[in-house]
Design a binder for this molecule. Structure first.
Ligand SMILES: Nc1ncnc2c1ncn2[C@@H]1O[C@H](COP(=O)(O)OP(=O)(O)OP(=O)(O)O)[C@@H](O)[C@H]1O
Length: 246
């Protein structure tokens, strides 16, 4: 469904993303992992059309969307969420979700009806008429997913939707993502919460200093010495093995 090939993005002298490629098959949940500053969010901003890459290409359902504007990409069925969730504080939760729905509905009544249905599906029924400013972090993360879903996009790029949540809230969002996938959606997700990655992603990619250093099942990746060293530093894999055998 999504084919990303050889993306490179420089900020001055810093190569934030370097020749990175990945694939997301339809119906999959794919993880994008890596330590802080590895280039994950920059990859998302390029894929979703918010930044232009210096080189490389992005194809969605076979169509070349490289350099296309975010709203056009969204219209073709792919949308991203943001790590720092910023709802329209003066609008209700339902009105915030409706902002996404206006992409495919040109009148308020239909957009609001769609927003209500999606909010209920995501367990937000009791919050719909409250101002978005009253939501907890967990509520805001749900709202972010709801707003993305309301656009009608089938491929969702989730940027750290579990960050800042307590374990029971993580479990709830994991359940919601699984439910949305079963209803016919596909996910590429940046995630640091390993409990969520382990239980959701069938496959994941690991970025380090902008380069894709590994791909595999989450279980394979946590045992991959290159991945362990990317997170814990040079020599960490050997030290961990020694400690295990001591
Ligand atoms: N607009 C920008 N201008 C200059 N440097 C940038 C810009 N955006 C990102 N960077 C740099 O590019 C590198 C990759 O950043 P990015 O936010 O993509 O990493 P990340 O893997 O998403 O990190 P995190 O897990 O901390 O969110 C970092 O060194 C960052 O400081």
């Amino acid at each position: 469904m999504l084919e990303v090939r050889n993306l490179t993005k420089r900020f001055g002298g810093l190569v934030a993303v370097s020749d990175a490629s990945l694939d997301v098959p339809e119906g999959a949940i794919v993880g994008l992992l890596g330590p802080n500053g590895a280039g994950k969010t920059t990859c998302f901003t390029i894929i979703a059309g918010f930044t232009r890459a210096d080189s490389g290409s992005v194809r969605l359902n076979g169509q070349d969307i490289t350099g296309m504007a975010p709203h056009r990409i969204c219209g073709l069925g792919m949308v991203r969420t943001f790590q720092i969730v910023q709802p329209f504080a003066g609008l209700t939760v339902q009105e915030n979700i409706a902002v996404g729905a206006y992409l495919r509905h040109d009148n308020r009544r239909d957009a609001m009806a769609e927003a209500r249905a999606i909010g209920k599906r995501l367990g937000m029924g009791a919050m719909l008429d409250r101002p978005a400013s009253s939501l907890t972090i967990a509520g805001r993360k749900r709202l972010e997913i709801a707003r993305a879903l309301a656009t009608g996009a089938k491929l969702l790029l989730l940027d750290e939707v579990m960050a800042g949540l307590i374990p029971t809230e993580v479990t709830e969002i994991v359940g919601i993502i699984r439910q949305i996938r079963d209803e016919g959606h596909t996910f590429l997700m940046i995630e640091h919460v390993m409990q969520a990655v382990m239980s959701l992603a069938e496959t994941a990619y690991v970025l380090n200093y902008g380069k894709m250093i590994a791909q595999g099942t989450p279980r394979q990746l946590v045992r991959d010495p290159a991945v362990v060293e990317a997170y814990l530093g040079h020599g960490a894999a050997a030290r961990l093995q020694e400690a295990e055998h001591a």
